[in-house]
Design a protein around this ligand. Structure first.
Ligand code: ADP
Ligand code: ADP
Length: 226
């Protein structure tokens, strides 16, 4: 079964339609990438999947279950979807460990162990008691990923996660994130305007323009399209 399936999605701000009949689906364990210029509607699609944005037409299924359609809207916390934002969005007054534990339901010993395991996965166990301002941009982004992975979501959404980093770090970190997602067998949708990043990370790429997904396929398909 597909972990994510979007069909005929339409989205408006006021009278302006910014997503126009978008359709694509992702197999379990795959990393999908929405690639397109600023303003084409990538973030809006992520927001509809996360549950922060209403849709006008179409439907969104996670693991075969409809989570959004024009007469159904599951609240964000019930969607089993994790999110990593562009600007890290760690809580400045919480330690690294507390940040990673934040999304876990209770503050038990098991939760703390799970958070420590996720910090080990992103190789930052040693920073558990630090605070976000003491970390580099790349470290903060890895902590944000650890936090998103901690509750074991079906799907992780990453909105331009590397765009504030320099070119070299962006390449290293995108490969690292790919490895971590594969190791955890977690599916993901990543949004970027950087073609190299998309081709580095993705199993499937959607080329977006003006609210439409013009092509959806493997990097190989997109290179060999007639
Ligand atoms: P991208 O992520 O590809 O940069 P967005 O999904 O953020 O694109 O935006 C798509 C379009 O919708 C843009 O023209 C943007 O200005 C507009 N837009 C985004 N959010 C809002 C909003 N809350 N209200 C009105 N227009 C918006
Ligand atoms: P991104 O860089 O991830 O595409 P933006 O910085 O464009 O995001 O948008 C940040 C926030 O501002 C989002 O919540 C988006 O919905 C909102 N936004 C974007 N464009 C507009 C707009 N034209 N009018 C109102 N809100 C907007």
């Amino acid at each position: 079964v597909d972990v994510l399936s979007i069909s005929n999605l339409h989205c408006k701000y006021g009278n302006t339609e910014v997503v126009k009949s978008a359709s694509f689906s992702l197999h379990s364990g795959e990393i999908g990438c929405l690639l397109g210029p600023s303003g084409c509607g990538k973030t809006t699609i992520l927001r509809t999947i996360a549950g922060f944005q209403e849709i006008d037409q179409g439907d969104i299924k996670v693991d075969g279950q409809i989570i959004a359609s024009n007469n159904k809207l599951l609240p964000p916390e019930k969607r089993n979807v994790g999110m990593v934002f562009q600007d890290y969005a760690l809580f400045p007054h919480l330690s690294v460990l507390e940040n990673v534990m934040f999304g876990l339901k209770n503050k038990s010993v098991e939760s703390e162990q799970r958070a420590l395991d996720m910090l080990a996965t992103v190789k930052l166990e040693a920073l558990a008691n630090r605070y976000p301002h003491e970390l580099s941009g790349g470290q903060q982004q890895r902590i944000a990923l650890a936090r998103a992975l901690a509750p074991k979501p079906k799907l992780i959404l990453l909105d331009e996660p590397f765009s504030n980093l320099d070119t070299e770090l962006r390449r290293t970190l995108s490969l690292e994130v790919r490895d971590i997602l594969k190791e955890q067998n977690t599916s993901a949708i990543l949004v970027t305007h950087d073609q190299e990043e998309a081709f580095t990370v993705a199993d499937k790429i959607g080329i977006m323009m003006n609210g439409q997904i013009q092509q959806w396929g493997t990097p190989y398909d997109l290179y060999h399209e007639p």
